[in-house]
Design a protein around this ligand. Sequence first.
Ligand SMILES: [Zn+2]
Length: 272
Amino acid sequence: MQTKPSAPVLPNYVFQWKTGADPKTSAAINKFFNSTPIRVLKDRICDIGRRMWQREYTDGNGGNMTIRVGDNLFLTTQTLISKGFMTPDTIALVDGEGRQLAGKYKRTSECLTHLAIYRNQPAARATCHAHPVHATAFAVANLQPPTGMIPEAEVFLGQIGLAPYHTPGTQELAQAVGQAAVNHNSILMINHGVITWGEHIEDAYWKMENTEAYCKTIHIAATLRAGFSAITARQVRDLIALRKTLGMNDPRETLPDARLLDNTAFLKRLPK
Ligand SMILES: [Zn+2]
């Protein structure tokens, strides 16, 4: 007799904490910072750093990551370190203002940008920043990628956002990215790189992979000089509905068809 296959068990990387129970004293903070669940997250940050470096998403000391681990507690990568060769002892703990609470190395100055995402977007539990070549090329061209080209991008990225250029590590950049994160989970930082957020660090990193793969595909399609063939607005709506079932809102859902799938600005910028 055949037995019914059991439902697949998906890994749950979401970090849960008790609201109102952040450790306060330095002894309690250190105990928390060195606890097993936090150690697991530090290992995951190092693992994703290696994957980003191997895929050439970061160069030199570029890129950084954070994970929300409390009401006002965030793990962050340190400053001036290659993301390919991090060890768990290089990860730092900061509060929502970026003040370092634990960790023996100085936190990245770019964590202020990440913290602005959490302030503006309560669904964000982790953030990932890198300079992958194709997506950064769109950021350098100040060119918002088109929509309606690939279902996976519609479902997992929605419309990729843009944040205006400001000096890295400044409050101005933090504010611009924080605002863009209200409606976008992948944001091109003009003349800089890409920042993504997700429900856990693996999710934020996947959105980085999705963004770079999408921009690379659009770039190659543009070089074919055969034009672009988009799916219909109706089909985009079906994908937005699917996106919602996965817990991701899409501000485009209220737009009329003509504005939902309008790539005029992108197509106008392509050389004839
Ligand atoms: Zn950067």
